[in-house]
Ligand binder design. Structure first.
Ligand code: V47
Length: 368
């Protein structure tokens, strides 16, 4: 009986998708609870094409920078953060970051710098503005995608300014967009368990809504595979969909699979997400987030082979060349830390799709 109900539910969701109707919370839950992985993938790919998606798969040539790993927050899922006096703690000056970025730019002509870091207690807003203006001056043609909503919130605490004032200062210094980190899972129950020191989820939304209002596009994420329920995953997606309805300011959604090594959860026996869960997250995101143009299969997180499969589960972007990645690798990621453009092109083609090199705002730079 349960199986019949389950099939019927997927059938009714298919009817909604074909009719261009919006899926609701219960639909999202049925999708999450389904183990019919191939049906989910097929449905998500159908939704992608019915909503105008083509065979194009995007990637960006980018450089990851982390200005500091010193962080006051102590999220339980994080293996990257250090306290000021802990071995391996670092905080780079704007000059050091520019020197590094300019040297890297001579090796690979990246068009984007993606920079996030810890919430160091002993810096001020001028430090952040200085980083952005120095990078902008050193590499004026490179798009600066910097600082999670949590870091923006930290800057308001440091400076006493509002989120809007902070974002205006950063934008005027050369900030182009915000990455999607800091979202974790919006449900307060989960946040209390995994990130009790982090600001309220309303702050994340306030920051992104304000950025959109100022013409700063943003990205969004969900960190899944720890203590959250399927209900809380669907709720997270619906909250993002609601803000996207209101502002249209999100460029892409990126599901982030929890990596447990070197975290509190490793000691409690947590392990890596299963590939089936990663694919399910991509498919359900595509199906529920009907107003999002782009869903990223982040190869750093899921590995290249699984990211390739994800391109048939509703994803249309594989993020970037990256060059250096620290957050997932501190938590046990076994993936490479860099892909060459040629390799990304080969990988997208081998999945039967057309590789499109893009800039951060999804303008086509080269059709390979
Ligand atoms: O907010 C931290 C996550 C995020 C772990 O916007 C972890 O295009 C898994 O924001 N296991 C920061 N995840 C990274 C981020 C990001 C990444 C890729 C693309 C984009 C984008 C943004 O990383 C944090 C947190 O959610 N994270 N620790 C961990 N152990």
């Amino acid at each position: 009986m349960a199986v019949v109900d389950h099939i019927r539910s997927l059938d009714s969701i298919r009817e909604k998708v074909e009719a261009g109707e919006r899926l609701d919370f219960d639909d999202g839950l049925v999708l999450m609870e389904s183990d019919d992985l191939l049906a989910l993938g097929e449905l998500a790919d159908l939704a992608r094409t019915l909503r105008g998606g083509t065979d194009d798969v995007y990637f960006v040539q980018n450089l990851y920078l982390n200005q500091t790993n010193i962080c006051r927050v102590k999220c339980k899922f994080c293996a990257f953060a250090r306290t000021e006096r802990q071995e391996g703690a670092y905080l780079y000056t704007p000059e050091q970051l520019v020197e590094d970025a300019v040297a890297q730019h001579e090796l690979s002509a990246f068009t984007e710098i993606h920079m996030v870091g810890g919430e160091a207690p002993d810096v001020d807003l001028d430090y952040y503005v200085g980083i952005v203006s120095s990078l902008h001056e050193g590499l004026p043609d490179v798009h600066l995608k910097c600082f999670t909503a949590s870091e923006i919130h930290h800057m308001t605490t440091l400076s006493g300014l509002s989120h809007e004032q902070v974002l205006r200062e950063l934008r005027d210094a050369g900030l182009g967009s915000l990455p999607g980190g800091g979202a974790e899972v919006f449900a307060e129950r989960v946040r209390r368990l995994v990130a009790p020191g982090k600001e309220h989820p309303d702050c994340w939304f306030h920051t992104h809504r304000t950025a959109h209002g100022l013409g700063i596009p943003t990205h969004c994420t969900m960190l899944y595979g720890h203590v959250e329920t399927y209900e809380e995953r669907v709720d997270h997606l619906l909250r993002l969909r609601e803000l996207q309805d209101e502002t249209g300011g999100f460029l892409a959604f990126i599901p982030l699979a929890f990596h447990p090594e070197n975290t509190v959860f490793e000691r409690r026996g947590w392990t890596f997400t299963a590939g089936s869960d990663d694919l399910k997250m991509i498919a359900v995101s595509r199906l529920v987030l009907d107003n999002f143009p782009n869903i990223k299969a982040y190869w750093i997180m899921m590995g290249m082979p699984m990211a390739q499969v994800a391109l048939h589960f509703g994803a249309n972007d594989v993020q970037g060349t990256v060059v250096r990645e620290e957050i997932f690798h501190a938590a046990g990621a076994k993936t490479e830390t860099e892909q060459q453009v040629d390799e990304l092109v080969r990988f997208v083609r081998a999945a039967g799709r057309t590789p499109i090199q893009r800039d951060t705002l999804y303008h086509e730079l080269r059709r390979w």
